[in-house]
Design a protein around this ligand. Structure first.
Ligand code: UDP
Ligand code: MG
Length: 318
């Protein structure tokens, strides 16, 4: 156990949504890479590429079918019944592709194929997960770069473990994929689940290129959706925050209430009727926030329970 097999069957998993503009070139580059790795004896001759068509409305699926007809040993396709989004398409690929190791990469090959031999070397050394990490964000707009870094900082604050500057370009061993299959959650943010799996991991840095053809399939709305999923699927801290604010507010309101009563009883400064409004108002406001926090604690527990995440993963047995 623990030792990778002598010759690895490597399959590359690619979610594709309306990617007719890039597919032929992507397939050409991947075939060249796989052929050279097979030639060198690094991977098994049965290694190949699995395209996951995420309900494309253009010629993507017919292009995939054409590739499969031309080289049935190298190119495979899997068609989803409709568009379900990048993370779901990726999971469909990771769950349904055979092989000793899978590498997930985007159809536009913005992630550098040259990092793949380095990933395989780490895998041969016994790593189950190898993250592709961007060395620099120079191909991003300043806006995307800044928001990305703020987002990573926020995730870390909230206790969500992610590898900074890593998206979904990674190698996973069969063992790691079996562990991933035990996560049944439906609000997917795969890159935050993978670090939860454990095992020996490594990072390989690469430079991310601009898209060579076609346009981005990630609209701002989809990006925000993914970002929100990253927080709400992994952290209970926003709920905890309500409890904390509730406690502080309740404490302060109690003091304000006491002060209002004191003004009414011992001074002549209180306008008649003022205390009977201000004291309950402050008190009830604090009480409400505190109660919401308590309810939030229970909702948080329900949320953790319904995910049914595995509690552990056995790595080796002697
Ligand atoms: N993608 C997908 N389903 C979608 C949107 C995107 O499978 O609904 C795929 C897309 O084809 C590509 C990958 O997800 O392979 C990343 O998308 P893109 O390159 O457009 O995102 P960006 O690099 O601009 O963030
Ligand atoms: Mg891209």
């Amino acid at each position: 156990m623990g030792q990778p097999p002598a010759v690895t069957v490597l399959n590359i998993v690619i979610p594709c949504y309306n990617e007719e503009a890039v597919l032929p070139e992507t397939a050409r580059r991947l075939a060249a890479l796989l052929d050279s790795l097979i030639e060198a004896g690094t991977i098994a001759p049965t290694s190949g590429v699995y395209f996951i068509d995420d309900g494309s409305r253009d010629r993507t699926w017919s292009l995939i079918a054409g590739l499969h007809t031309a080289r049935p040993d190298r190119f495979h396709g899997l068609k989803l019944s409709r568009n379900r989004g990048h993370q779901n398409a990726l999971l469909a690929g990771l769950r349904n592709t055979p092989g000793d190791a899978l590498i997930s990469i985007d159809a536009d090959l913005q992630d550098d194929l040259a990092a793949i031999p380095a990933m395989l070397a780490r895998f041969a050394e016994g790593c189950d997960i190898v993250y592709g990490v961007r060395a620099a964000r120079d191909t991003d707009t300043p806006f995307k770069r800044r928001t990305a870094h703020l987002y990573y900082a926020l995730l870390r604050r909230l206790g969500v473990e992610v590898v900074p500057d890593h998206a979904d370009f990674r190698l996973m061993s069969r063992r790691a994929l079996n562990a991933l299959a035990r996560y049944g959650e439906v609000n997917l943010f795969i890159r935050a689940i993978v670090p939860l799996l454990g095992f020996r991991t490594a990072q390989v840095t690469y430079r991310r290129a601009p898209r060579f053809a076609g346009t981005t399939k990630y609209t701002l709305a989809r990006m925000i959706g993914l970002a929100v999923d990253g927080i709400t699927s992994f952290s209970m801290r926003p709920l905890r925050l309500i409890t904390a604010i509730g406690l502080i507010t309740a404490g302060l309101s109690f003091l304000v209430g006491l002060w209002a009563i004191w003004l009414a009883l011992f001074t002549t400064r209180a306008i008649p009727g003022w205390t009977s409004i201000v004291a309950p108002l402050a008190f009830v406001g604090g009480l409400q926030l505190l109660s919401m926090g308590v309810i939030g604690e229970y909702i948080g527990k329900i949320y953790l329970e319904v995910k049914r995440r595995p509690l552990f993963e056995i790595e080796e047995i002697l």
